[in-house]
Design a protein around this ligand. Structure first.
Ligand code: PSV
Ligand code: MN
Ligand code: MN
Length: 393
């Protein structure tokens, strides 16, 4: 890497030191496609063991101090005790993800179901998730609805929007002053004709109507191929309606692969929008979460690698020469403006990140350190008996 000016170096290192990335409990459990789940030895058997794995990721990276839960996959009797355990392990519980997509009752939808009794059941679960947030101290309720229809005419699109708005509003009313609702959108799947929250515009419109505590969450795997995600980021940031990300990467649909693996340049462009809007610091309130499944690769290492990928994209975004970029843009100098971004993107930031970790008292190479730590061998030996947790349990 060419020598950085000392002021740039300290600005970039300080920003990277403050960065926070939230891991997902379900990334540590067995997962697969609808064709096959390949079980891995040593995977957690309960939410406590998932938290222990998430804490391990934090121990080696220093920037992943919270872990998101999914309810009921992470159902326990005492959520305050779970939060206390997380604290003992050196992490905190993050977003609570509601699950109204894995019950026979929800075949025709959850909060948009034509049957009022099923809608009431779904709403009760959303409210239960806010009760859980009270116990865990979580700030964010993350809502994703698999609701939609498979055939034209199957149900009224407008009536379903009304039902959705009513459930969101009842849940919103239940939020405490320091709690937020993050509404996730997804183009398709499992519904194949029409999804009730298919895009950022739908999520944005509902959040706008609800109020300040409702914001949009962008799952990077939930768009049509070729969608300009950084445009969505920029638009929502400007509107004060970007609540966070579910990071992952994809080649085709909702592949849930490691973030930054399929298209590191896209991740850089997203982080560049974040950095240029001064929205990286946790004080800006954007949640940078991972939503991934590690079907064939070792899970803890994959989560560590994902955290590192986000750090690398962020470091590159922080290296963009903002005054040079602004000047080129102002002068209409297309090539210089583009070069300002490309120069930063092509910088090898790995030495800088190694330096950051050394400064934080961490091993500069988190993957090698994890592999050498014996953690995986220990849990493999300890986690025998009982049932391994899977995506959905
Ligand atoms: C749906 O595809 C989704 O992205 C939602 O965030 C769910 O909560 C999550 O996946 C489950 O992995
Ligand atoms: Mn998601
Ligand atoms: Mn998804």
């Amino acid at each position: 890497m060419t020598e950085l000016a000392p002021s740039t170096r300290s600005r970039v290192l300080a920003a990277l030191r403050d960065q926070r990335i939230e891991t997902a409990s379900w990334a540590f459990g067995n997962s697969g496609t609808r064709f096959k789940v390949f079980a891995q030895p040593g995977v957690p058997r309960d939410p406590y063991e998932k938290i222990a794995d998430a804490a391990t990721v934090h121990r080696f990276t220093g920037v992943a101090p919270t872990v998101a839960l999914h309810i009921p996959w992470d159902k326990v009797d005492d959520y305050a005790a779970l939060a206390a355990y997380a604290k003992e392990q050196g992490v905190a519980l993050g977003a609570i993800n509601a699950n109204v997509f894995q019950d026979d009752d929800y075949k025709l939808g959850s909060v948009t179901n034509p049957d009022p009794a099923i809608r009431a059941k779904a709403l009760a679960h959303l409210i239960e998730c806010v009760d859980i947030m009270d116990a865990t101290g979580s700030r964010d309720l993350k809502l994703w609805f698999s609701d939609g229809t498979n055939y034209p005419g199957q149900d009224s699109i407008r009536a379903r929007q009304d039902r959705l708005a009513s459930a969101l509003s009842a849940t919103y009313e239940r939020l405490g002053d320091d709690q937020r609702m993050l509404l996730e959108y997804k183009l398709f799947e499992p519904a194949f004709y029409m999804t009730d929250v298919p895009d950022w515009g739908t999520s944005y419109a509902h959040c706008l109507q609800l109020g300040d505590k409702a914001q949009v969450v962008i799952d990077t795997g939930h768009h049509a191929p070729g969608t300009n995600i950084e445009f969505i980021v920029a638009f929502l940031l400007r509107a004060g309606k970007l609540g966070g990300f579910d990071f992952n990467s994809r080649f085709y649909a909702d592949d849930d692969l490691m973030v930054g693996s399929a298209d590191p340049f896209q991740l850089f462009r997203i982080m560049q929008e974040i950095v240029s809007a001064d929205a990286l610091n946790p004080a800006a309130g954007i949640a940078f979460m991972l939503d991934q499944c590690h079907n064939i690769e070792p899970k803890i290492q994959a989560v560590i690698r994902s955290v590192m990928n986000v750090q690398e994209a962020t470091a590159k975004a922080l290296l963009v020469d903002a005054p040079a970029l602004a000047a080129a843009q102002e002068n209409g100098d297309v090539l210089e403006a583009n070069a300002a971004l490309m120069d930063a993107y092509h910088t090898d930031v790995r030495p800088l990140l190694r330096e950051l970790r050394a400064d934080q008292g961490l091993d500069p190479d988190p993957i090698a350190a994890f592999k050498g730590s014996g953690y995986y061998e220990t849990v493999q030996a300890a986690r025998v008996g009982g049932e391994a947790a899977g995506w959905g349990a």
